[in-house]
Design a protein around this ligand. Structure first.
Ligand code: SAM
Length: 315
C-alpha cells in the first residue's frame, strides 16, 4: 500500500474514460479536467485503462470508480468494465452515470462484473431537470429502475445541491430513495471549472443540512477511508453527505487518486499543476515497473487541499 507524506493511504482510483457527454450541466466540474477542443480529444483504449488499473491494484488500490464525461457514451464500456472486473485483488468496481443510457446497458454492465452504480439525479422535477441539465428525467428514472431490477447493488443517487434550485427537494428525494430501493448521497457544489459568479450564486453549504440530518438520525456511521463522510440513518431512510468545502477532515481522510481521460494521474480534484502523464510513456512501451514508479511518485506528491481557501480557486 502506498501512503503519502501525510500518512494517507491511496486506496481508491477514479478513472475518467471520456470527456464527452450528452448533457450540459452548468455546474459540472468535469472531474477537474480542462475541456479539450473536440478535434484533439485523446481517450485511452480499453487495454490501456485495464493495464493502468492492474498496475494500480498491484500498488494497493482496492476500489475503482469509472467516470467521465458520460462513461456510457463509450461504445467499448462493456469491455472496459469486464477487463477491470477480472483483475485479481480489486475489492470494488463502480461507475457513475447520468443515467440516460442505463436502461439499455444495466444488464450487460452487471454481467460484465460491475457490482454497483451511482446515478446523478439532482431533481425529481422534470422541468427543473430539463432546464438545468437539458436532459430527460424519464430516461434517468427508467435507468434507475433497470439498474435496481438487474441486481446492481447498491444503486446510489448522487444529488448535487444547488441554492435556489433543489435544496427544498431533499425530503422528496429521501422518500424517492426509499421507494426505489436506492441510497441517497447529497453532494456539495465544488468550485472546480466554474466561474466565481456561478459558484457564489449556487453554492449551498451542506453544514446546516448535515446538522439537521444529525439531529434526526437514529445513528451515524463514518466512512473512514472515504473522506470521513457521514452516513445518517434516519427513521425513513439513509443519507450520505459529501461535504468537501473548507472541510479539513474531508481532505485529511482522502484516499483517492484520479486518472484523467487523456491518461494523466491527478492527485487532487482541485489542483491541475501536478498532473503526471502516464499514457505517453505507456504508448512508448514503458514497462509496468516504470509506470508503477510514476504512480508512486504521484501518490507521494499528494497534499490535503483544504489548507487552502475556496477564494483562491475561483477564476
Ligand atoms: N456523467 C456522469 C454523471 O453524471 O454521473 C459522470 C461524471 S460527473 C462529473 C460525476 C459526478 O460529479 C456527478 O455525480 C456530479 O453530480 C458530480 N459533480 C459534477 N460537478 C460537480 C461540482 N461542481 N461539484 C460537486 N460535484 C459535482
Amino acid at each position: 500500500m502506498i501512503k503519502d507524506k501525510f500518512n494517507r493511504p491511496v486506496l481508491n482510483l477514479r478513472i475518467s474514460v471520456t470527456q464527452r457527454c450528452n448533457l450540459r450541466c452548468p455546474y459540472c466540474h468535469r472531474e477537474g479536467q480542462e475541456r479539450a477542443p473536440d478535434a484533439s480529444i485523446v481517450e485511452m483504449t480499453p487495454a490501456e485503462i485495464i493495464r493502468l488499473s492492474e498496475i494500480a491494484i498491484s500498488l494497493g488500490i482496492q476500489r475503482i470508480k469509472i467516470t467521465g464525461g458520460e462513461p456510457l457514451l463509450r461504445k467499448d464500456i462493456i469491455n472496459i468494465v469486464k477487463g477491470i472486473a477480472e483483475l485479481q485483488g480489486l475489492q470494488d468496481l463502480s461507475l457513475t452515470t447520468n443515467g440516460h443510457f442505463l436502461a439499455s446497458k444495466a444488464k450487460d454492465l452487471h454481467y460484465s462484473g460491475l457490482t454497483r452504480v451511482n446515478v446523478s439525479l439532482p431533481s425529481l422535477n422534470a422541468d427543473t431537470y430539463h432546464q438545468f441539465m437539458d436532459g430527460n428525467l424519464k430516461d434517468v428514472l427508467t435507468g434507475v429502475s433497470a439498474a435496481v431490477n438487474t441486481g446492481l447493488y447498491p444503486v446510489k443517487i448522487n444529488m448535487l445541491i444547488l441554492r435556489g434550485v433543489n435544496a427544498d427537494e431533499i425530503p422528496a428525494m429521501i422518500q424517492f430513495a426509499r421507494r426505489s430501493k436506492t441510497l441517497l448521497q447529497l453532494i456539495e457544489l465544488e468550485p472546480v471549472n466554474l466561474d466565481k459568479a456561478f459558484y457564489e450564486h449556487y453554492h449551498y453549504s451542506l453544514k446546516e443540512i448535515e446538522a439537521n440530518l444529525a439531529s434526526q438520525a437514529l445513528h451515524v456511521t463514518v466512512r473512514s477511508y472515504m473522506q470521513n463522510r457521514r452516513v445518517y440513518h434516519l427513521p425513513n431512510g439513509r443519507v450520505e453527505v459529501i461535504r468537501p468545502i473548507e472541510n479539513t477532515e474531508f481532505c485529511a481522510h482522502c484516499t483517492r487518486l484520479r486518472v484523467t481521460s487523456d491518461g494523466k494521474l491527478k492527485p487532487c480534484l482541485m489542483v491541475n499543476s501536478n498532473l503526471v502523464d502516464v499514457l505517453t510513456p505507456l504508448r512508448k512501451g514503458a514497462a509496468d515497473k516504470e509506470i508503477a514508479e510514476l504512480f508512486i511518485k504521484t501518490c507521494r506528491s499528494r497534499k490535503p487541499y483544504y489548507r487552502l481557501k475556496v477564494s483562491q480557486m475561483l477564476e
